[in-house]
Write a protein that binds this ligand. Structure first.
Ligand SMILES: [Ca+2]
Length: 416
């Protein structure tokens, strides 16, 4: 009997296969043939919940904000008022970019309110070009702006040089208003998509008009080349800045791409209600429009904290019937939705492909099952310590790396 026909007949349960295979082999083998070993089959994918092992990799960081992992396990992390640092695989740390003491000092770095140094992303060709991207607030212009800067790191990853500001005109809240201090709602997450383009999350700056503005880069998700130019296919409406991929957001804090489809899902931090996880499409409108309206007249023209989920919705389907529908709206009180990431790898067992969402005020990580239509059908708690979850990313080892507001980096490893 040909070997391949055995493989085609394989039953789904390994033990049964072994018995059948041995019977078949015995019936078909002649005494002149060498014994044939039955093939080894992988275990079927487990649908069980993984057990989680948590290791504190670093502690004592100052307002850490984001993290990126290189293929060899080197970790890059930002601290909001200090800059970008790297944790080498030997455990040593080098300050690369930011305030005094960094390899490359950014004299224009501003740490104010919620803002400062935010997202970090490594170039898709990082292994060969050592290029990294950082989101930061800058005093280089008046008014001040948020920027995405490109850096070239030394081959030993212990220095930075060659700063190029690839996006210099992201909206920044320059002055306090009735709703809070300067620096509020800058967005700031950076991630490369599977298409090789850089996605940039921005925030509404406590402005009533910015989220739906066709030209102001706040309350948006931008999609650009590694030089900061508009990526092809953004599908922004006529009259919009061509770098805009989606608009009508409040304060996007999480970006992740679904394995397989590559679709972008974002976490949009709600006001006093309705954090949202939303799958995006090019040119889409998230439906956030916190302007004055007949039923609401708000201080400084910003109604973002006025009303409720009906009168000031995070996704206003009355104004924008085609707005992007969220997968999950954390209705009730906002719990400070922050980062999110799709869990990937068979080690995650039944959670492989599910979406981990970090909540800050909620002090937990929820794991969402998303159906093919992009709708969340199940939500479970990850059973990790209660703390404010600021950043999540997958490491090259299949572990989940977690950054907490309290200043720690964890490695969370799934197991049986
Ligand atoms: Ca929305």
């Amino acid at each position: 009997m040909p070997f391949e026909s055995l493989r085609a007949q394989r039953p789904t349960i390994g033990g049964t296969f072994t018995a059948l295979a041995l019977l078949s082999l015995a019936a078909c083998s002649s005494s002149s043939e060498a014994p044939v070993q039955p093939p080894t089959l992988p275990d079927p994918p487990s649908t069980a919940t993984p057990t989680l092992t948590r290791t504190v990799v670093m502690s004592g960081l100052s307002s850490p904000w984001d993290i990126a992992a290189a293929s060899d396990g080197t970790l890059f992390f930002t601290e909001r008022c200090r800059g970008l640092s790297v944790r080498h695989t030997d455990g040593s740390v080098t300050r690369l970019f930011g305030t005094a003491g960094s390899s490359l000092v950014a004299a224009d770095l501003l740490c104010q309110g919620q803002s400062g140094v935010h997202g970090i992303a490594l170039d898709p060709a990082f292994a060969t070009n050592r290029v990294a991207y950082v989101f930061m607030t800058s005093t280089a212009t008046t008014p001040r702006t948020n920027r995405v800067v490109r850096l070239v790191l030394g081959t030993d990853l212990r220095s930075a040089s060659g700063r190029t500001d690839i996006i210099a005109d992201i909206a920044f809240k320059n002055a306090a208003n009735a709703h809070g201090g300067a620096g509020a709602h800058s967005g700031g997450r950076l991630r490369f998509g599977p298409d090789g383009y850089l996605y940039v999350a921005t925030g509404d700056n406590h402005s009533g008009t910015i989220p739906q503005s066709p030209t102001v880069l706040g309350g948006k998700v931008l999609r650009v080349t590694t030089s900061g130019a508009a990526a092809p296919g953004n599908n922004a409406p006529a009259g919009f800045d061509a770098r805009i991929y989606s608009y009508g957001h409040r304060n996007v804090q999480g970006i992740s791409f679904r394995p397989g489809s590559g679709q972008l899902f974002v976490a949009d931090h709600g006001p006093n209600h309705s954090d949202e996880v939303t799958p995006l499409v090019a040119g889409g409108n998230g439906g956030w429009d916190p302007q004055n309206r007949p039923s609401l007249n708000c201080a400084d023209g910003y109604c973002g904290y006025a009303g409720n989920a009906s009168t000031m919705p995070m996704t206003d389907l009355a104004r924008f019937p085609n707005a992007l529908r969220p997968s999950w709206s954390n209705s009730g009180a906002s719990q400070g939705m922050g980062p999110l990431v799709f869990l990937t790898g068979t080690a995650w067992r039944g959670w492989n492909g599910r979406l981990a969402v970090g909540l800050m005020a909620g002090q937990r990580i929820d794991v969402l099952t998303i159906d093919n239509a992009g709708v969340a059908t199940e939500r479970v708690n990850a059973d990790l310590p209660g703390t404010r979850y600021r950043a999540l990313t997958m490491g090259p080892d299949g572990s989940l790396y977690v950054v907490t507001d309290s200043g720690e980096i964890w490695r969370v490893t799934p197991g049986v």
